[in-house]
Design a protein around this ligand. Structure first.
Ligand SMILES: NC(=O)c1ccc[n+]([C@@H]2O[C@H](COP(=O)([O-])OP(=O)(O)OC[C@H]3O[C@@H](n4cnc5c(N)ncnc54)[C@H](OP(=O)(O)O)[C@@H]3O)[C@@H](O)[C@H]2O)c1
Length: 219
């Protein structure tokens, strides 16, 4: 297991302080960590293709690293497999991988990841292992895990990198109903940032406005 590294984490703590807070009452969420989702997508909602991402945006990798450093990340088995073996498990973070396949679980564990058989178990195990409540538990994808995190009420926030790119893909971001998910922050305030390779992108956070069973988690 990779243990949190506080020494590299000051930028992450500053940025995470801006994460949307749940709409539920303070009583309902007391002591629970934030459980935001994080992904990068094209303007058309593509997040993946053929087991990878159909773009190269180092600025987004840096953003992802900054936001998740020192925090647990929960991902599906296909997302785990999409990571280059040289950075798998992603360092300085607990990598919790969901798989229903025992032989794949053994391979993931041998490579340094932790495994759980479903999202509920993954979340429970992260909390059981002495998780510091001031640290978010990140939902790291892919589509199947985002979708379950939303439908189960586990997550109330999304940190999204939108890339101004028109490409096809086989995996899409989950639908966030604008009536239920408000735009919380966007950077820059208007227009786009431009990467060193010329790609245009922006960072958005969205917050679920309905307080439902915030933080109760999957059942
Ligand atoms: N752009 C981004 O920010 C971003 C982020 C993440 C992922 N991605 C992309 O998304 C794609 C992968 O996403 P995906 O939706 O196809 O797959 P995924 O969600 O990463 O993984 C799906 C797998 O996870 C396991 N799983 C998920 N939920 C489960 C449950 N409730 N119970 C048991 N097992 C469960 C199953 O593994 P088993 O089959 O082993 O049982 C399932 O086949 C890749 O192309 C990746 O590059 C992009």
């Amino acid at each position: 297991m990779s243990s949190p590294d506080r020494s590299i984490d000051a930028p992450g703590e500053r940025r995470r302080a801006l994460l949307p807070r749940p709409a539920a009452s303070a009583d309902a969420t007391a002591g629970r960590p934030l459980v935001p989702m994080i992904w990068a997508q094209t303007s058309g909602g593509v997040i993946g293709d053929d087991g990878g991402m159909p773009w190269h945006l180092p600025e987004d990798f840096q953003h992802l690293k900054t936001m998740t450093a020192g925090c647990p990340i929960i991902m599906g088995r296909r997302t785990w497999e999409s990571l280059p073996s040289s950075v798998r498990p992603l360092p300085g973070r607990r990598n919790m991988v969901i798989t229903g396949d025992a032989s794949r679980a053994a391979e993931i564990q041998a490579a340094g990841g932790e495994t759980a058989s479903c999202l509920a178990e993954a979340y429970r195990r992260v909390l059981e292992a002495g998780h510091e409540p001031d640290r978010p538990v990140w939902i790291f994808g892919g589509n199947s895990v985002y979708t379950e995190a939303i439908s189960s009420g586990l997550t109330d926030a999304a940190v999204i990198t939108v890339i101004d790119l028109d490409v096809d893909g086989d995996t899409h971001a989950p639908e966030l109903d604008p009536g239920e998910w408000e735009l919380w922050t966007h950077e820059p305030p208007e227009g786009w940032l431009t990467a060193a390779n010329g790609l245009r992108y922006r960072f958005e956070t969205r917050r679920r406005t309905t307080a439902s069973d915030t933080g109760a988690g999957p059942r």
